[in-house]
Design a protein around this ligand. Structure first.
Ligand code: NAP
Length: 413
């Protein structure tokens, strides 16, 4: 029997487990996760009102429930077990820890209250235990920096009224906070032109369907070109000519590079330098930077340029990487599936049976250290408790602390 450890239970880790098991009939796989709950970015990054995207957890959950695949939750590599211990216990270790750190702009005022990275903001409304601090309450104008689909998610969640979140699993306290914001303007700002934006047609068009918000394009923007996204933006402009203003306006700006966050003790405005010269200041009590993510160290293994240096998924003898930790923060959930096929092929081909202790060795080590590990049945108890406590118009009410998750297991066992 060959023993494999995968660190991280997001889509990259789960797809890798799936592919590895298909390729290697003698594989025993532990999927190690620092939280008691699996699925990483699907649970904590995908927007709570995009439940059809989140439905992939049914597939991933089946993988974690298979024979010869173990979910090992509530175990942090670097805290409860070291990477070198894993390398001694398993025949191969695959890092699938994603890119959880917000990239920073590195401009003046970035630490002002009211300036948040998208990981912090999205983590907050998705009930991530690490991100419980609420954004400011008196937000009339918000600036969202970046022209990718994360920026579109953030704009939509800020712009939707409470009723439009029906059926979602947004954190109820975050929802109440958002509903009470006196928000009237949301500016979404790209540093390049409209034709260079990375958001996609479907996600962009959704902003034209919101109950209380109207999307428009700042004066002077060039919308020439032939892309489906430019068609949608031109459609926003054309539709607005015939309509009354709405309570919330969403304004797209292009060609503005962030120069400084301005404010005395809290954010008051964001200053941009304009392509072609000059500066522009947009008033804002909240700014969310949606400019990408970086990996964090996995114990002694440090990322460089935001991800782990690798050659087609191989880091070192017996050590591999997949997902955003391998390639950086790009691509959709299915991208991880096709990548997992490639990485699993390599891992399966290069790994020999060393007669190592694998899962049993890890279990003994964790028991010796008094670590409370959560298995697949434990996660299923948390899952059932979260669904049972959901209000009528929600599909789930997530626990937002590790202690509450562990208590839910105790209550149901
Ligand atoms: P992204 O698509 O790479 O967009 C990042 C944006 O940040 C780009 O507009 C980029 O501009 C801008 N940016 C980067 N550095 C900047 C700087 N220093 N100053 C100003 N702007 C800067 O990344 P993302 O939106 O974080 O999304 C990550 C991945 O998840 C993407 O593949 C995305 O499609 C996917 N995703 C998909 C969905 C969905 O399908 N519904 C939802 C969310 C996320 P430049 O182009 O000029 O570099």
């Amino acid at each position: 029997m060959r023993h494999f450890a995968i660190v991280g239970s997001g889509p990259a880790g789960c797809y890798l487990a799936d592919q590895l098991q298909r390729l290697a009939a003698d594989a025993k796989i532990d999927v190690i996760e620092r939280l008691p709950v699996p699925f990483g970015l699907v649970r904590y990054g995908v927007a709570p009102d995009h439940q059809s995207t989140k439905a992939v957890v049914r597939v991933l959950d089946k993988v974690l429930g298979r024979d010869r695949i173990n979910f090992v939750g509530n175990v942090e590599v670097g805290r409860d077990v070291s990477l070198d211990e894993l390398l001694r216990l398993y025949d191969a270790v695959v890092v699938a820890t994603g890119a959880p750190l917000d990239r920073r702009l590195g401009i003046a005022g970035e630490s002002l209250p009211g300036v948040l990275g998208s990981g912090a903001f999205v983590g907050w409304y998705n009930a991530h235990p690490d991100w419980r601090a609420a954004p400011p309450a008196a937000v009339r104008s918000a600036v969202v920096i970046g022209n990718g689909n994360v920026a579109i998610d953030v704009v939509r969640i800020l712009a939707k009224e409470a009723a439009e979140m029906a059926g979602s699993d947004i954190d109820p306290a975050a929802q109440a906070h958002l509903a009470a914001l006196p928000i009237a303007e949301i500016h979404i700002v790209g540093r390049r032109g409209a034709a260079d934006a990375k958001f996609t047609q479907h996600e962009l068009a959704e902003l034209g369907t919101l109950a209380r918000a109207r999307a428009s394009v700042a004066e002077g923007a060039t919308l020439a070109g032939d892309t489906p996204e430019l068609d949608v933006l031109r459609g926003f402009v054309a539709a607005n000519a015939a309509r009354e203003p709405a309570p919330v306006s969403i304004v797209f700006h292009f060609g503005l590079t962030p120069a400084a966050f301005v404010g005395e003790s809290a954010l008051e405005a964001v200053r941009f330098s304009r392509a072609g010269g000059g500066t522009v200041e947009l008033p804002a009590q909240l700014a969310v930077t949606c400019i990408g993510y970086e990996s964090v160290a996995c114990d002694r293994l440090a990322p460089s340029s935001g991800r782990f240096a690798n050659e087609d998924g191989r880091i070192d003898e017996g050590l591999y990487v997949t997902g955003w930790a391998k390639r950086g923060p790009s691509g959709t959930i299915p991208t991880n599936r096709s990548e997992a096929q490639q990485v699993a092929k390599r891992v399966a081909a290069e790994t020999v049976d060393h007669g190592r202790a694998g899962a049993e060795g890890l279990a003994a080590l964790l028991a010796e250290r008094g670590v409370r590990r959560v298995g697949h049945p434990g996660w299923r108890s948390i899952d059932a408790a979260e669904q049972a406590r959901a209000p009528a118009d929600r599909c789930r009410h997530k626990f937002d602390t590790v202690a509450a998750m562990l208590a839910a297991i105790a209550d149901r066992s």
